[in-house]
Design a protein around this ligand. Structure first.
Ligand code: PHE
Length: 448
């Protein structure tokens, strides 16, 4: 019954685009590269790839499956499916922690989206032309050091998100994703090409793919797993919500593979573009969240046609950030709308203002409020760490355990078109490998 009234994606392609629009964002370019740099390079990259394949893929499939069966928002879908399968209603908590994660992530995501907006403008005005590493570094420091500027750009980014959501043009974005995503890929390839001319490409390759296992620690593994969840938009109910609009005929495993290859491919290209520039200019790979903002402008400022390429790059990055941010705002708005008497528009505004306020605390971490507030982390790092390393993996764990252990095995296998050997592989991965992987990573990092 509910299926009749619940809208569906107009085509499979639309669904892939929407899922990819959520997945591909700042996580692939900004966050991936700085995480690689901070966590010692190749060892992190390889563990991240393993996490994507062994944990990310099954969790993505599990979230879509829950959404498609539940046909509701994540919290209600979990509650209802739990009820139908004679499981405790407490499973709805999995949906609730997703909403919390979305709220927290969007607050700092918007700050970085603001940086991207500011760099888009900077590219137009030629701010980076002819700058050396010191010059580019000083420009970035200038932005970080000014709470007023950061606030301006954070506000502008949130305003764009709200404007798009309130006008309900989210659907129209899918058309744009269709052209902008390939354009982003092409630009990344061009940047990798530039990286090859710096003479430090080999060094970058080795940094990203020749592991120094000595650099591996429990915390690096946890960071890699957190990145896998973050970049695939997992563990927050977003993919569940998308799944609720999904037709019966869509092949979940095949679609998950497509989204994952695209998402991972863009991240790896970003690394191959950024690290040659880092090494060629004697910069530090462990620069932190500013990494792409002190490296890429160097490339754009010093290559022919760089101004135009820089403009296109930051424009596309901003766009990718916007499509992800919209997917982050949605669960929060949906929650407020259902739990309060507010209308859709008011719910959007209230949610956005709350996110915006928390974002202000996050942006102050870069200037007036750098002091640690908890666990030795400042507000920005705390938000990022708590969500990616704890909330997302735990919520994702809940989703995969629920699908693998609480739903009827046969019907899940049938829904995923699995038979015989492939069903066995799914069972082993979904029941044991993925959940135990998440748990082991936690225990390991707790032990230091
Ligand atoms: N996956 C997005 C990115 O990589 C960020 C995001 C995380 C979006 C979680 C939605 C949910 O930028």
């Amino acid at each position: 019954m509910s299926k009749l009234v619940h809208a569906q994606w107009s085509s499979k392609m639309t669904f892939v685009l929407a899922a990819a629009g959520s997945a591909v964002g700042l996580g692939n370019i900004w966050r991936f590269s700085y995480m690689v740099g901070d966590n010692g390079g190749a060892a992190f990259v390889l563990v991240y790839l393993a996490c994507v394949a062994v944990v990310g893929l099954p969790v993505l499939v599990a979230e879509w499956l829950i959404g498609r069966r539940g046909q509701k928002n994540p919290i209600n879908a979990m509650a209802e499916l739990a009820g139908k399968n004679a499981q405790p209603k407490a499973w709805a908590l999995v949906g609730a922690s997703g909403v919390l994660a979305a709220f927290l992530i969007l607050s700092f995501y918007s700050v970085i989206g603001g940086w991207s907006l500011s760099y888009t403008l900077g590219s137009v005005t030629g701010t980076f032309t002819g700058q050396d590493a010191d010059g580019v570094g000083a420009i970035f420091e200038g932005l970080l050091g000014s709470p007023g500027l950061l606030l301006l750009w954070h506000t502008a980014f949130m305003a764009l998100v709200v404007w798009i959501v309130a006008r309900g043009v989210t659907k129209g974005l899918e058309g744009a994703v269709r052209t902008m995503m390939p354009a982003l890929v092409v630009l990344m390839v061009v940047l990798v090409g530039y990286g090859m001319t710096t003479g430090h490409f080999g060094e970058a390759l080795a940094f990203m793919f020749r592991p120094d296992w000595g650099a591996l620690s429990g915390d690096v593994v946890l960071a890699a797993m957190g990145q896998a969840f973050f970049t695939l938009s997992l563990g927050m109910g977003i993919m569940m919500a998308y799944g609720s609009y999904l037709g019966e005929d869509v092949n979940l495993l095949g679609t998950a593979r497509t989204v994952i290859i695209l998402d991972t491919g863009i991240a790896l290209l970003a690394g191959l573009a950024i690290f040659p520039i880092v090494f060629a200019n004697g910069l530090s790979a462990g620069e932190g969240p500013g990494l792409i903002f002190v490296t890429l402008p160097l490339a754009f400022g010093n290559m022919t046609g760089g101004m135009l390429l820089g403009l296109m790059f930051f424009l596309l990055l901003t766009f990718a950030a916007l499509t992800s941010a919209i997917s982050l705002l949605e669960p929060v708005v949906e929650f407020v709308e259902e739990r309060t008497p507010l209308t859709r528009v008011m719910a959007t505004l209230v949610s956005a203002v709350a996110v915006w306020l928390l974002g202000i605390a996050a942006l102050m971490s870069f200037n007036v409020w750098p002091e640690p507030v908890m666990f030795g982390l400042n507000v920005f790092d705390l938000l990022d760490t708590f969500t990616s390393k704890i909330l997302l993996p735990l919520t994702g764990l809940g989703a995969i355990v629920f699908v693998a252990w609480c739903l009827d095995r046969r019907s899940v296998a049938a829904e995923l078109n699995l038979t015989g050997g492939s069903e066995q592989v799914w069972l082993v991965v979904a029941r044991y490998v993925a959940p135990l992987g998440v748990i082991l990573v936690f225990v390991n990092s707790l032990l230091g």
